[in-house]
Design a protein around this ligand. Structure first.
Ligand code: GLA
Length: 437
């Protein structure tokens, strides 16, 4: 056992920067089946919602046709329960034929034809978490090759049914095996969850060299309690987690559940705002065929997305926890901009919060702020200006803030997002006023 661990460590060291293959310079965006559709394999009684190629095709159509793709939501990710219980004669994983009659390669073509990318799920261990065939150490290479041959673009590698030594070795081996296929495949590792998520059990510097992103904490559920629990854990441990993130290496607090059953409109905005602060993957798990307008507007909010996707890739932090149960979060952004999120943990009524930018560590100077969810612009904001915000229970106020001088100097573009630059361009309409195109 000990020699296994040593080999694994040496292999880890030899891998440094090996995964810096240009993928996921900003957090991935897309859709994943798990939180909303779980392990529903009952296609007889629930044909519209069961884990099948039809479900992924329908979601891909929605992503491509309803404006998601243009905003950056590009990955369609299959989670657990897609497999047949048996590998084929060559030892390869295969999809359950009744639910994926066309096979995964054909599904990948369908997804690629719509300008999207396909992700898939496997598990480092004897079984997947739901009991389907796992990827033991000796199967890593063949599984990586199978995925590449199908045209897979993203692998979520879970960690049920394995021990820490196997995981240390296996997550590293899969990283190498994916690179060896020659196909660019984004690599999401669940490893940290299985070892407590924190140093010294997780060395985030090394982890960032083998995985593009990683799940640190427990699964999200469809409730505000679950979202709050995740926000608390990430913020309480931000000194360890925040420095680990950067282009090509992201903490993953799990899927966006906006559009499901558990969140109010306020809470849905709060999830979107906090996921932008945390530079988190924007991977929705909802039913894109049935979204109400408010969920759609929140998930398609261009400024929230641009903040999430800021090219510097610096994860934000919780600055303050007030006795009033207001919390303030901050994230620095490109072009001397930043974002502030004021989150209310209250359960009574809108709270009037008094502060100033100076109190939140801003340098002296004049600023403007764009309110991300109301679309209004606050001008003439000196660092010392005292202002009052009204924050709804379990809701947020989210500001995009930039130095006033900058808006005077720059006629049009001073902040854009690389994927679809024109959509995220802040345009100077008339002096002192900003519109977002
Ligand atoms: C684990 C993961 C989830 C999901 C399930 C599937 O719990 O953390 O995200 O993939 O397994 O069984």
């Amino acid at each position: 056992m000990e020699s296994l661990a040593v080999t694994a460590l040496l292999a880890l060291i030899s891998l440094t920067a090996a995964l810096d293959n240009g993928l996921l310079k900003t957090p991935p965006m897309g859709w994943m089946a798990w939180e909303r559709f779980r392990c529903d394999i009952d296609c007889k009684d629930d044909p519209e919602n069961c884990i099948s190629e039809d479900l992924f095709k329908r979601m891909a159509e929605r992503l491509a046709e309803d404006g998601w793709k243009e905003l950056g939501y590009e990955y369609v990710i299959i989670d657990d329960c897609w497999m047949s219980l048996l590998r084929d004669e060559q030892g390869r994983l295969q999809p359950e034929p009744s639910r994926f009659p066309g096979g995964i390669a054909q599904l990948a073509r369908y997804i690629h034809d719509r300008g999207l990318k396909l992700g898939i799920y496997a598990d480092m261990g004897t079984y997947t978490c739901m009991g389907f065939p796992g990827t033991t150490l000796e199967k890593i290479e063949i599984d990586a090759q199978t995925f590449a041959s199908w045209g897979i673009d993203y692998l979520k590698f879970d960690g049920c049914y394995s021990n820490p030594v196997e995981q240390l070795l296996g997550y590293n081996m899969m990283s190498k095996a994916l690179i060896a296929t020659g196909r660019p495949i984004a690599y999401s590792c669940s490893w940290p969850v299985y070892v407590g998520g924190l140093p010294p059990n997780v060395n985030y510097t090394l982890l960032g060299d083998i995985c593009h992103l990683w799940r640190n904490y427990y699964d999200i559920q469809d409730s505000w309690d679950s979202v709050q629990d995740i926000i608390n854990w990430f913020s309480n441990n931000q000194d360890d987690l925040q420095p680990a993130a950067g282009p090509g290496r992201w903490n993953d607090p799990d899927m966006l559940i906006i559009g499901n059953f558990g969140l109010s409109v306020e809470q849905a905005r709060s999830q979107m705002a906090l996921w932008a602060i945390m530079a988190a993957p924007l991977i929705m798990s909802n039913d894109l065929r049935n979204l109400d307008n408010s969920a759609r507007a929140i998930l398609q909010n261009r400024v929230a997305i641009a903040i999430n996707q800021d090219p510097m890739g610096i994860q934000g932090r919780r600055l303050l926890q007030e006795k009033s149960h207001i919390e303030v979060y901050w994230r620095p952004l490109s072009h001397s901009a930043s974002t502030l999120v004021f989150l209310s943990r209250r359960t009574d009524m809108p709270y009037l919060y008094h502060t100033s930018l100076a109190k939140l560590n801003y340098e002296a100077g004049n600023y403007e702020a764009y309110d991300v969810f109301t679309g209004s612009t606050v001008t003439g904001l000196n660092a010392n200006t005292e202002f009052t915000l009204s924050i709804n229970p379990s809701g947020v106020v989210m500001w995009y803030i930039y130095p006033e001088q900058q808006s005077k100097d720059t006629e049009t573009l001073y902040y854009h997002q690389h994927k679809t630059a024109s959509q995220f361009t802040f345009h100077r309409a008339k002096p002192g006023h900003h519109t977002v195109l």
